[in-house]
Design a protein around this ligand. Structure first.
Ligand code: HEM
Length: 389
């Protein structure tokens, strides 16, 4: 396997990781990323196959689990019970419960809320000609408010949730420091304290929302423990907005650079393909396997580079061009296989409705400065998006 080195914090890479992916892909489906000390799948066919391969998974093999430092306990207490971090049979049970609560009726019912909220946010934009940050004014508030409504958490808590979520997801970036770890642990314990209290309140005040439905599953004793209930709420609140914020920002930047188009289903998919908000998801190898000509053993790790798969010229003609009319295989931005994004229908609805409202109401929307990506790899999202209408 060819070795390639590239610091994930290198400013040029942060702004545009795609040339590195192209170089790495030129040497095969898999390469060794020296800076991570890990094999990485870089072609569309390898990423798609590895995400679906049941001989690999997200849960750390038992013999490789490290003792967790006491200070980080609150963070890992949540992680250990998160459906994103476990494999069958626990994953099957937890995902089934979430899916039962995440019905298409419940998601579809959020459509009018997304429309109403998008218009309310646009109504509050500054006067034409005045510069403002579209992330603060639109891309950040939309997903967090919607996920609060879905779960049944009062929107007055959204500032706390944003703070906790940002601190917790920082643990997944390459540039992890002791301060980031301490911040994530504090956020995890504050988040857990809030949810414990709030779930207590909800037991006596049930409503037609996802937390109430998950509490019902917990109370029947067999299906969901309290720790799992809390971890599921945290996962939905964190996963439910972070990637959507980045997709809305990247999508607006792409549309403004390439010329706006009708925000249809295919355009939404192209937004997701063209500039994925999350670039790297890893898998543990559970048994000896040969993948694309390379031998792996139990305990090895492989990273799937979603952003690279989406720009593979063998999968998409002229992959670096934004083209809402393109054909080709499904993009990998929402994952694939067992852990495929549970929130995909909601994410798609938010992108489509939100950006349609934005471009319909603000046909003269334009960039005031070149968008800059934040140094948060594997997150690929903008620092700010200064525009004017
Ligand atoms: C554009 C926005 C989004 C993107 C790009 C995205 C991306 C992803 C990806 C790539 C995975 C799979 C990770 C892996 O295989 O290792 C995933 C899983 C997940 N996502 Fe999303 N997501 C988005 C929005 C959402 C929303 C809105 C929610 C919830 C309301 C959500 C909830 C989840 C959950 C619960 C999982 C774990 C599923 C499992 O492990 O079975 N996501 N997401």
């Amino acid at each position: 396997m060819d070795h390639h080195s590239q610091s994930p914090a290198d400013p040029a890479f942060v702004q545009n990781p795609y040339p590195f992916y192209d170089r790495a892909r030129a040497s095969g489906d898999l390469f060794w990323w020296s800076d991570y000390g890990m094999a990485c799948a870089v072609s569309h066919r390898a990423v798609s196959a590895i995400l679906r391969d049941r001989r690999l998974g997200r849960e750390t093999p038992a013999e490789l689990r490290q003792p967790v430092p006491e200070a980080l306990r609150p963070f890992y207490d949540i992680e250990d019970h998160s459906l994103l971090e476990v494999e069958p049979p626990r994953h099957t049970r937890l995902r089934g419960l979430v899916l039962r609560a995440f019905t298409s009726r419940r998601i579809g019912n959020l459509g009018p809320d997304i429309t109403g909220l998008s218009h309310a946010l646009i109504d509050a934009f500054p006067a034409p000609g005045v510069d403002f940050d579209l992330l603060d004014a639109f891309a950040r508030p939309l997903p967090v408010t919607i996920i609060c409504r879905l779960l049944g958490v009062p929107e007055s808590h959204s500032a706390d949730l944003l703070r906790w979520s940002n601190a917790m997801v920082s643990m997944y970036q390459a540039r992890k420091t002791p301060e980031i770890e301490a911040g994530a642990a504090t956020a995890a314990s504050d988040f857990t304290a809030f949810l414990t209290d709030y779930i207590g309140h909800k037991r006596n005040h049930p409503a037609d929302d996802l937390i109430t439905q998950l509490i019902a599953a917990e109370e029947d004793g067999e299906t969901l423990s309290t720790a799992e209930l809390i971890a599921t709420c945290v996962l939905l609140l964190n996963a439910g907005h972070e990637a959507t914020v980045h997709t809305l920002g990247n999508g607006v930047a792409a549309l403004l650079a390439h010329g706006p188009c009708a925000i249809t289903g295919p355009c939404t998919e192209e937004i997701l393909r063209y500039d994925a908000p999350l670039h790297m998801f890893t898998r543990w190898v559970y048994e000896d396997v040969t993948l694309f000509g390379h031998a792996f053993h139990r305990g090895d790790r492989i990273a799937c580079l979603l952003g690279a798969a989406n720009r593979d010229p063998l999968a998409y003609a002229d992959p670096n061009r934004f083209d809402p009319t393109r054909s080709g295989p499904p993009h990998t931005s929402l994952g694939a296989g067992l852990h495929f994004c549970v929130g995909a229908p909601l994410a798609r609805l938010e992108i489509q409705i939100g950006l349609d409202a934005l471009f319909t109401r603000c046909p003269t929307l334009r960039l005031v400065e070149e968008p800059r990506y934040a140094d948060l790899y594997h997150f690929h999202g903008l620092e700010r998006l200064i525009v004017t209408t």
